[in-house]
Structure formats: structure tokens, C-alpha cells
Design a protein around this ligand. Structure first.
Ligand code: PEP
Ligand code: MG
Length: 326
């Protein structure tokens, strides 16, 4: 089977009926680029920049960040790179940045919340990203957005930095999109309203599941509650995709679920546009996509969201649907 997957390395990601959906890679550092190439990723759907901060003994400078972003963007040779602003806080801490102890770090000052409370650090990252945008198609993505107010504040800071760079004569790329993660249930519920203010969404199921099920994603004692195929989670995902499409923007997924064999047919049935996963999953999912005719799974999304009652119902539903495809 693996040999069969390898043949798909340079093939586009298409269904049995010839529809194209992007399969992208998640990366943590520029060192992950060889894997991106070897597995034929069509884009980078998530570049987690927090590793740049974590693998450093002090805040990375604007130039250090610019170099790391530019290396990846140039390495993609014209294919899009989505870079997420830092997702520090929660379980991710920096030795050189003392933050207050919190009762519930995953519900605390994390990701965009931390960036908006420390604007100079945020501005440095945004300037590095804007400068790097001159080297190829870039999407700048904000993590953990929960309210329109947060999104508007983040976009305002970005606009201010863009204007100041342009005034200084710095070139900004003309293929620059601004997007947000959908990983807080509040944002999924209001997806139609958020969609009017960004170019794209990327659904972060790792956190969306955690926050929907109120179950710590790293706690083994309640791992039974970590249910990607729970109809409640699926309804939020479907609602997000519909809200995006009704407002003319594209939507991807960069949580682990995008590369899951059971989840994938459900997402395809919902019309998700882009699937971003660890590079080693790409060829397996491309091979699965090739076997599925979208006509045969038209009803799958509705059944999974509105007929199924449990996680297990959906696992069974997808396995039966796939076995009928032969
Ligand atoms: C997610 O939450 O699904 C996600 C992709 O972000 P991270 O795993 O980095 O929190
Ligand atoms: Mg997340």
C-alpha cells in the first residue's frame, strides 16, 4: 500500500470524480521542509511559529523571524504558506518570559489574547511576516480568536504595521491573505459573521474538540471524551464551513482530524476546501480521496450531524459507506 501512495507524490489531490481539494502540510520550523517536499504537499496550511520562540533563549528578533518565514515561503515556490502568529500560553511557556500563574491556563491568557496584551512583541512578529510576504503567497492567521472585537483589534495592529512599512518604502507582497483559526466554539457559532471580515478560516479541531467537550486534550483519564466524530463537534464544523461558503471565503482544517481516515469522508461531504496535516499523512489521504466519488457521499455530512447520536454511530457509518465504495 505504501508503494502505491508514493506514486501519488506529484499528483494533484482529486476525488474519483475529478474534484480538486488542497492537501497541505503542518510544520513547526523550516527544518520540516524536506518532509513537505517528499510528501508532495500542495501548500503549507499551518506553520506553528511558537517553536521559533521556544527554541530560543530570548525573544527572536524581527530579522531572525523574517529569515525563518522567508525561507519557508521561498521554499514553497509559489504555493501558499499560512503562518500562524504565536500560540504561547496554555501549556506552552518560555523560560525568558515570566507570565502569571493561572488556574486554567487553556482558558487563560493564550495565543491572540497574549499577543493583544503584549503589542510590541506582536508588532515585531507582524512586521517580520509582512516583510516576508514579498517572497511568495502568504496567509497570516490569528489563533484562538473568540470574539469579533479580538479579530478587529488584531487586524488593526496588522494594518498599522503595514502602513508604517509601506511609508518606509518596504515592499509588501500582493498575494497576502488574512485569516483566523476556528478553534473556540464561540467563533464557530458566529462563523457567518467572522467570515465577512477575513479571507479564510482554518478549523483547529485539537482545541475545538477540547473546548466543545470540556475535556483537556492532554488528559488520558478523560480521553474517552475527546471525540472528533461526536455529532456536536461535527455540527460546529459544518456550521463553520457553511458560514464560510455563504460569505464567499474558503475554509481549511489544520487540526489532527484533517488527516484521519474516518473524519476525512465526512469533511469531504461537507465541502471543506483544504486539509492540512502532518506531512507523513498526506499521501495516505490523497490515496483515500482518489477512491471517493463525491456523489456517493453527498448525504454523509447530514447523516453524521443529524441522524447519528454518538461518536460510535459515526465511526460505523463511515466504515459502512467506505466499504460500499469497494
Ligand atoms: C488545533 O487546535 O487544532 C491546532 C491546529 O492548533 P494547535 O494544535 O497548535 O493548538
Ligand atoms: Mg489550537
Amino acid at each position: 500500500q505504501k508503494a502505491e501512495w508514493k506514486k501519488l507524490k506529484n499528483e494533484p489531490s482529486v476525488t474519483a470524480d475529478g474534484k480538486h481539494f488542497t492537501i497541505a502540510a503542518n510544520i513547526g520550523t523550516p527544518n520540516d521542509m524536506p518532509g513537505v517536499k517528499e510528501n508532495g504537499a500542495e501548500a503549507i496550511g499551518l506553520y506553528r511559529t511558537e517553536f521559533l520562540y521556544m527554541n530560543s533563549s530570548d525573544f527572536p528578533t524581527e530579522d531572525e523571524q523574517f529569515d525563518a518565514y522567508k525561507e519557508v515561503i521561498e521554499g514553497m515556490n509559489g504555493k501558499q504558506t499560512i503562518i500562524r502568529t504565536m500560540d504561547i500560553g496554555g501549556d506552552k511557556h518560555l523560560d525568558y518570559w515570566e507570565l502569571p500563574d493561572e488556574m486554567n491556563p487553556f482558558l487563560g491568557v493564550r495565543a491572540i489574547r497574549l499577543s493583544l496584551q503584549n503589542k510590541e512583541i506582536f508588532r515585531t512578529q507582524l512586521r517580520a511576516l509582512l516583510r516576508a510576504s514579498a517572497y511568495g503567497p502568504l496567509g497570516i492567521m490569528f489563533p484562538m480568536i473568540g470574539t469579533l472585537g479580538e479579530l478587529r483589534k488584531a487586524k488593526k495592529v496588522l494594518e498599522e504595521e503595514k502602513t508604517s512599512l509601506q511609508e518606509a518604502g518596504v515592499k509588501i507582497g500582493d498575494d497576502l491573505q488574512v485569516g483566523m483559526m476556528i478553534e473556540v466554539p464561540a467563533a464557530a457559532v458566529l462563523a457567518d459573521q467572522f467570515a465577512k471580515e477575513v479571507d479564510f478560516f482554518s478549523i483547529g479541531t485539537n482545541d475545538l474538540i477540547q473546548y466543545t467537550m470540556a475535556a483537556d486534550r492532554g488528559n488520558d483519564n478523560i480521553s474517552y471524551l475527546y471525540q472528533p466524530y461526536n455529532p456536536s463537534v461535527l455540527r460546529l464544523i459544518k456550521h463553520t464551513i457553511d458560514g464560510a461558503h455563504e460569505n464567499g471565503i474558503w475554509v481549511g482544517m489544520c487540526g489532527e482530524a484533517a488527516g484521519d481516515n474516518v473524519m476525512f469522508p465526512i469533511l469531504l461531504s461537507m465541502g471543506l476546501d483544504e486539509y492540512s496535516m502532518s506531512a507523513t499523512s498526506i499521501l495516505r489521504i490523497r490515496s483515500l480521496m482518489k477512491k471517493i466519488n463525491t456523489e456517493d457521499i453527498k448525504e454523509l455530512a447530514n447523516e453524521a450531524c443529524y441522524v447519528s447520536e454518538t461518536f460510535a454511530d459515526n465511526e460505523k457509518l463511515v466504515k459502512e459507506t467506505l466499504s460500499k465504495l469497494g
